[in-house]
Write a protein that binds this ligand. Structure first.
Ligand code: ASP
Ligand code: MG
Length: 408
């Protein structure tokens, strides 16, 4: 007998028909002799709809009241799934996050789970019940309801799997798993059978569509394998695991791209200690997340500093930069919002020199100009013109033979 924690995302519970379909799946798992804990998201776009309703009040969105509201979405799903299972003759019970013992800090709308008391879940399992838990929610030690950030049901599932020492943790979604590139751009993108936690985190944009990054971090910390599966079919999915569990002959695992990028350059910045601090502190205080940073070589005691930010933060960033240019004695600044970031990701890069050069070659062969470059141990990213994104992703997918069958 295995203990399985299985999570169904919003699209998997969008309609009553979908509840019926996943209830059959859950019943089958139970009939095979497993103990089952199910974590559910809110139905379809419920969370977005609730946010719109709250905005329509015209009020400033208080975190506490928002969480009180948003947590109701997942509670509906949990109860509806329990009813659907009951109707199939299965003994199922739904629990809210707090009934399931999920304690969080009080950072409303993106609270972190601080503790789980699994006693209630265990008692219900022992009495033979399928336990259904409303994802994405917790309670503070003071008794206030919180939510865990968008996509937070993934984190609920992984944290519960860790707390219970489950044998398996499955995340059901509406795609077959994690792909080598966005299939909307690369028609022959391939589903990966395995991906390491680190690669999955580096695939931020690609990965985030499939799983909340915080859930991946939680799985990595607790050493839990996650199976990403499609609730609309029975295809094998992707297993997110430790890199040691995979064969390492894959140099590049995937290509990610991000269109939410903007570039800002500040010219003739005096070359003195403390300038970068002043600049980036001011941006941080303005709540602006800086991604890549380049500082040019010094000439005449001045250099240029360029960096990228999320494009949707540009309106917030420009006034900060404008004020800073004067303050630090730079000559001027410029920005571009028609740029994109393309990245190659692969744990095998650490042991294979020349991967970055291959990437630059693939882009050069397509006449694509690189504005900025950044690297980590398992990723190389380039900022390019937005209009060349598709061409770049296709060229890179080809260059690293990602459409070929997997070796692992
Ligand atoms: N319902 C929440 C959201 O849409 C949480 C989740 O789906 O995991 O973000
Ligand atoms: Mg969702």
């Amino acid at each position: 007998m295995s203990l399985i924690v299985t999570k169904f995302g919003g699209s998997s519970v969008a309609t009553i028909e979908r509840f019926k379909a996943i209830a059959q799946r859950i019943k089958k798992m139970q009939d095979e002799g497993n103990e089952i804990v199910v974590v559910v998201s809110a139905m379809g776009d419920t969370t977005d709809d609730l946010i719109e309703l709250a905005k329509a009040t015209g009020s400033k969105l208080s975190g506490r009241e928002m969480d009180m509201l948003l947590a109701t979405g997942e509670q509906q799903s949990a109860a509806l799934l329990a009813l659907t299972l009951n109707n199939l003759g299965c003994d199922a019970i739904s629990l809210t996050g707090w009934q399931a013992g999920i304690i969080s800090d009080s950072t409303y709308r993106k609270a972190k789970i601080s503790d789980i008391d699994t006693n209630r879940i265990k008692t219900e399992l022992q009495s033979g019940k399928i336990v259904i838990i409303a994802g994405f929610q917790g309670i503070t030690p003071g008794g206030d309801i919180t939510t865990l950030g968008r996509g937070g049901s993934d984190t609920t599932a992984v944290a519960i799997a860790a707390g219970l020492g489950a044998d398996r943790c499955q995340i059901f979604t509406d795609v077959d798993g994690v792909f080598t590139a966005d299939p909307r751009i690369v028609p022959d993108a391939r589903k990966l059978s395995f991906i390491s936690y680190e690669e999955m985190l580096e695939m931020a944009i690609l990965g985030a569509l499939v799983m909340q990054p915080r859930a991946v971090e939680c799985a990595m910390l607790n050493n839990i394998d996650i199976e990403v599966l499609n609730s609309f079919n029975n295809n094998p999915g992707t297993i997110i695991t430790e890199v040691g569990n995979m064969e390492q002959d894959r140099v590049v695992s995937g290509i990610a791209h991000d269109l939410n990028c903007a570039k800002i350059a500040i010219f003739d910045v005096p070359d003195q200690p403390g300038i970068a601090k002043t600049l980036f502190k001011a941006l941080a205080e303005g709540g602006i997340n800086v991604d890549m940073v380049i500082q040019s070589a010094m000439r005449n005691n001045h250099n240029d500093i360029a960096f990228t930010i999320d494009r949707d933060e540009l309106p917030k960033a420009l006034p900060v930069v404008e004020a800073l240019v004067k303050k630090i004695g730079a000559s001027d600044y410029a920005y571009g919002d028609k740029v994109a970031k393309v990245s190659i990701i692969g744990a095998g890069m650490q042991t294979n020199p020349g991967v970055a050069a291959d990437m630059f070659e693939a882009l050069a062969d397509e006449d694509i100009n690189i504005h900025m470059i950044s690297t980590s141990e398992i990723r190389v990213s380039c900022i390019i013109d937005e209009e060349q994104t598709k061409k770049a992703v296709l060229a890179l997918h080809n260059k690293f033979n990602l459409n070929e069958t997997e070796q692992n």
